[in-house]
Ligand binder design. Structure first.
Ligand SMILES: Nc1ncnc2c1ncn2[C@@H]1O[C@H](COP(=O)(O)OP(=O)(O)OP(=O)(O)O)[C@@H](O)[C@H]1O
Length: 247
């Protein structure tokens, strides 16, 4: 198996306080990694290190074996999908324009190719064609979230970063979106790194789960192992739904 992502001896401090200390992790291609842990444990910080939005003070992050600090960060970010909670769509662009934003940068000349990609991804994330010309303000929260996912996927990334992407939608939409992202993962084989506060969501979606507390790995294992052999009391409490203080 090939490691698509490697964190090597990472350290990150904010105001002299180490949030992440000597953090090492390898993630294999095609993995659906769910990161879970108490608020402030460093999940978002680690996620943003993958696309260079946050740089470590020490250590290196390698994507496909290449240290991202030696790569062009703009190109890197275009090749890594990024979805966060709530709508981050361009408000002045309609659904089609939002989804085609990155593909348009790649295939400037081939508009038909981009149009076909938009139609394909809208279908996959469950958006009906008539929404194509709507603006973000004319969509429900769940629809906006779906457009965000389609926009991230339309860039054909190898890696998709998702930071609590379903945190702001109702329970029914959340279940549907979970099912869709699981299908997308199975169909495309894309590597997904997914931050969540919900242990059930992590167990449902993840092929691997990373349990973090105060920047330290508590357990990194497939869901079955997490459930059957929790590594310590922290993981046990997490499984009992007791530890995770929601923001
Ligand atoms: N720019 C910053 N300046 C100072 N401290 C920061 C900054 N960004 C994050 N932190 C601190 O670093 C720690 C880790 O933050 P991070 O957002 O990575 O945690 P998290 O696990 O994603 O939390 P949550 O579950 O609440 O989103 C927190 O204590 C946070 O307050």
């Amino acid at each position: 198996m090939t490691a698509i992502l490697q964190f090597k001896n990472i350290e990150k401090k904010y105001n002299d306080k180490a949030i992440i200390k000597d953090f090492n992790l390898e993630i294999e291609q095609g993995e659906f990694l769910c990161m879970i842990g108490s608020s402030g444990s460093g999940k978002t910080t680690l996620l943003k290190m993958i696309n260079g939005l946050i740089l470590p003070d020490h250590g290196s992050v390698l994507v496909n074996g290449k240290n991202i600090q030696e790569e062009d960060l703009i190109t890197l970010r275009r090749s890594i999908g990024y979805c966060i909670q709530g709508s981050v769509l361009f408000p002045h662009m309609n659904v089609e324009e939002n989804i085609s934003y990155v593909p348009n940068l790649w295939n400037k000349r081939d508009k038909q190719k981009t149009k076909a990609a938009v139609a394909k991804w809208m279908k996959i994330v469950g958006l009906s064609d008539e929404l194509r010309t709507r603006y973000p303000s004319e969509l429900s929260g769940g629809q906006q979230q779906r457009v965000g996912i389609a926009r991230a996927l339309a860039a054909s990334p190898n890696i998709l970063l998702m930071d609590e992407p379903f945190g702001a939608v109702d329970e029914i939409t959340r279940k549907q979106l979970q099912k869709e992202i699981k299908d997308i993962h199975q169909k495309t084989g894309i590597t997904i790194i997914f931050v969540t506060h919900d242990i059930n969501e992590a167990l449902t979606l993840g092929t691997k789960i990373l349990v973090l507390d105060q920047g330290q790995i508590q357990q990194f294992a497939p869901p079955k192992t997490i459930v059957e052999q929790p590594a310590n009391e922290y993981v046990e409490r997490l499984l009992n739904g007791k530890t995770i203080p929601i923001k």
